[in-house]
Write a protein that binds this ligand. Structure first.
Ligand code: NAD
Length: 527
């Protein structure tokens, strides 16, 4: 049997042993084969669905304590999305897990050819703190659906959520297959020393590099859901009031701590003043005159991030906001205009409630600006000219893109969610999670008959035979794609039709000939 755990020193701290035990139990449970039947996976998904429904209030309370998230926002921003993903997985699982038939070629025409999605084994899910339930449970849904075991490691920064998850999950799901390991950096690093079959990491790109290094030691495939600076271009011809309303919501929800929040605005100088005014009006409407007193406005996760975000503002005079209160880790919704493209604010992901505006001369300049920087996780374009928006999509790249809104592409399970380049690798949501956490096994089932068809590939070869085989292999008939197949059938039918027509013509001609000879005979006889 394969040894899945790396060798360890004789004496190890108790927590390390606990992690090793959790992983070992998950591995053993996986190897028992109980995740293989689709019925088992469905039952676990139903249990997870029950957990979300029954524990909504506890989850919302935990998030209130972690980041002062409004109790109304948690269902809207996290829980409904999770529930919908579970519902989708339950309704589609038999279809997703079924063998997928694929095209055959001339040599496999009589064989069974299909792709069988199968479980990978034990998946490690490492989550971030900003949406601690979504970033751990959404991959978990896919892991369960695909028949894997999964070790869940939530972020230590969202501590209340993390502890609640550890308490709840074993009450609803199989205890051995889906353990929750809590702890911080050292616990995560201990886990990363062990061998997994897939690592699903959500967090920042600096830690992602360490995760990737650890995965490389075991050749473990991984998904990296990272962040970065997601640009938002506002065209001067669009309805600026509506655009700013949508941008203000997407930027300041969860206090700016959203991986796909618009990081900065790009617009022409002629509309900058109007953009600022529209955002100011919207903020007043959303959070009142003092956002600190608004139950809908969040807080920064911890002191470290609080100081980091304030540091980004240094040297600027905000046109909106700028106030802060360290005792509550409160930073007001803040807008900064005419921000130089190479300032510190424009170097790192803000991940907080600061919204810089950088001016560009036109859409082409905006495209250049985006393309000169790392590939973002999301790109937002506000324009009433659909053609121009499509051109901007074509001439840039990003993990995802939404035109005339923000964040909304995340809500569609049919769209793959993930980054590109520095913003991440791999994708998930809906069937994409199932596929990401499955092995797509190539299956070909042949019979032992029709051996004569195989003779040409066996030795000894000679030049003439090799040439003949090459010709056949290069012929378009070899790949029996639907189009080739239809062509072949049509050509055969036409050929056969022509042959029959020719035969009939010949027969008629022969018949006429006979008739001629017959009448000529009669004529000769009587005359
Ligand atoms: P974090 O600090 O909670 O770290 C994430 C996880 O990594 C935690 O479980 C933590 O224990 C672990 N970790 C931290 N340092 C480690 C180390 N040195 N070695 C091993 N493990 C370590 O979260 P974060 O990184 O601050 O998260 C914010 C980032 O995540 C932002 O960049 C954001 O854009 C990104 N994010 C991306 C998505 C997405 O879906 N693409 C979603 C949420 C957040």
């Amino acid at each position: 049997m394969l040894v899945y755990l790396t060798s360890a020193p004789e004496t190890r701290p108790a927590t390390v042993c606990m992690e090793r035990q959790a992983v070992r139990r998950a591995r053993e449970a996986f190897l028992s084969g109980r995740t293989r039947p689709v019925e088992f996976r469905l039952q676990q998904l139903h249990a997870l669905q029950r957990m979300i429904t029954e524990k909504e209030t506890e989850i919302s309370t935990a998030l209130k304590q972690d980041i002062n998230r409004s109790q109304y926002d948690t269902p809207l921003l996290e829980l409904i999305g999770i529930e919908n993903e579970i519902k989708l997985a339950i309704s589609k699982l038999s279809e997703w897990a079924a063998p997928r038939s694929v095209e055959r070629n001339l040599f496999t025409l009589k064989d069974e050819v299909y792709v069988q999605p199968e479980p990978l084994g034990v998946v490690l899910i490492i989550g971030a703190w900003n949406y601690p339930w979504a970033v751990t449970l959404q991959p978990l849904i896919g892991a369960i659906a695909a028949g894997n075991a999964a070790v869940v490691k939530p972020s230590e920064l969202s501590e209340c959520s993390s502890l609640l998850l550890r308490a709840l999950l074993p009450r609803y799901l199989d205890k051995d297959l889906y353990p929750v390991v809590t702890g911080g950096v050292s616990e995560t690093q201990d886990l990363l020393r062990l061998r997994f079959d897939h690592i699903f990491y959500t967090g920042n790109s600096t830690v992602a590099k360490q995760v990737m290094e650890a995965a490389a030691r075991h050749l473990t495939p991984l998904t990296l859901e990272l962040g970065g600076k997601s640009p938002c271009y506002i065209d001067k011809d669009c309805d600026i009031r509506v655009a700013c309303r949508r941008v203000t919501w997407g930027k300041f929800v969860n206090c700016g701590q959203t991986c796909i929040a618009p990081d900065y605005i790009l617009c022409e100088p002629c509309i900058q003043g109007r953009v600022v005014e529209c955002i100011r009006q919207t903020l007043l409407e959303f959070y009142g005159a003092d956002p600190k007193c608004s139950p809908d406005y969040g807080r920064i996760i911890n002191q470290r991030h609080f100081i980091r975000i304030l540091g980004l503002m240094e040297g600027y005079t905000p046109v909106i906001g700028g106030q802060s209160d360290a005792s509550q880790r409160y930073i007001a919704p803040t807008v900064l205009k005419d921000v130089p493209p190479h300032s510190r604010l424009m170097q790192e992901e803000i991940f907080g409630p600061l919204l810089p505006i950088v001016t560009v001369s036109d859409m082409d300049d905006a495209i250049r600006f985006v393309n000169e920087r790392e590939k973002p996780l999301a790109l937002y374009i506000f324009s009433k000219d659909k053609k121009a928006a499509k051109r901007m999509i074509e001439e840039t790249t990003s993990g995802g893109v939404t035109v005339n809104d923000v964040l909304m592409h995340y809500t569609l399970s049919s769209l793959p969610f993930g980054g590109v380049g520095q913003s991440g690798m791999g994708r998930y949501h809906g069937k994409h999670t199932f596929d990401q956490l499955s092995h797509h096994r190539a299956c070909l089932i042949r019979s032992l008959g029709m051996e004569s068809l195989n003779l040409s590939r066996y030795p000894p070869q000679d030049r003439q035979r090799a040439r003949r085989v090459k010709r056949v292999l290069r012929s378009s008939l070899i790949d029996m794609s639907k189009r080739t197949f239809i062509w072949a059938v049509t050509a055969t039918v036409i050929g056969f039709g022509l042959f029959i027509t020719l035969l009939v013509i010949l027969l008629i001609a022969a018949g006429l000939n006979c008739t001629c000879w017959y009448w000529r005979g009669i004529y000769n006889y009587y005359w």
